[in-house]
Design a protein around this ligand. Sequence first.
Ligand SMILES: [Zn+2]
Ligand SMILES: [Zn+2]
Length: 345
Amino acid sequence: MLAYTYIDKGIFGMKEKPMPMISEPKDAIVRVTLSSICTSDLHIKHGSVPRAVKGITVGHEMVGIVEQTGPEVKTVKPGDRVTVNVETFCGECFFCKNGYVNNCTDKNGGWALGYRIDGGQAEYVRVPYADQGLNRIPDNVSDEQALFVGDILATGFWAARISEITPEDTVLIIGGGPTGICTLLCTMLKKPEKIIVCEKSAERIDFIRKHYPDIIVTTPDKCHEVTINNSKHGGADKVIEVAGTEDSFNMAWKCARPNAIVTIVALYDKPQILPLPEMYGKNLTFKTGGVDGCDCAEILNLISQGKIDTTPLITHRFKLNRIEEAYHIFENHLDGVIKTAIEGI
Ligand SMILES: [Zn+2]
Ligand SMILES: [Zn+2]
């Protein structure tokens, strides 16, 4: 089968590999019908994910059809259309039982797919702990509608959930890329009084204005002022930081009101500094990522009810054998790309 592979730092390439096989009783093999490229794939490509294993098939956003299941898989069967969760988790350890599946104590617990174990930019993928890692897609939900459930939409849903948003809140979301927009959609479900999105790209600002006209959109240079002007208590009640730069990190706590919750979704490529003397008296609560991706069934249900729609994010479509072109466009932000959908062959 075709499998897009991390060959060496800076190099991904298409390889011919054997079909994956069931190796543990809780595994399933999924035929990938649709996958996508995530910014994390670019981090792997550029060598900034140190644990990434050379030779591994990349890709951790996908949906497909169950081809085969191990003897201990209970919740899915061959022929089921499923979302694949970015995280691998056993469902039985302390962390899993408390919903902190990102910290599952299994050796592949948390995010392993597509950088430590073979992922889904391929014709087939092996999914460990299939009862946890796969969710059946309702009949009225298309592959495209379900494509982001296991990764960026799970992340947005988790970020909105742990930010404890109330109807009185002003929520500031920093970053209007794909994960920022997924966070926005899930924040909208909580119906806070105001939502502000801070984004620097003119293309993305246009996209947000066009699709979500009720949202206040600002740029980094005006973010503090706009947030203060739209807050009742001197800053945002909840700040969700999705952008992942030094500036956006600083903006996150500076735009927060005293006693706010600041949720850090972003993955930084270097340490950030909390200037505690400057922050003294602000009494902030910080919540730091990564996602606990255990809400996929609920998310699929919301999509089925028409309450979440991420299909506008899919701006480009390619077949798997042309994934190289998709990477080129995505990596270089060409042609107004937000997300690509890669069709299986
Ligand atoms: Zn991802
Ligand atoms: Zn576990």
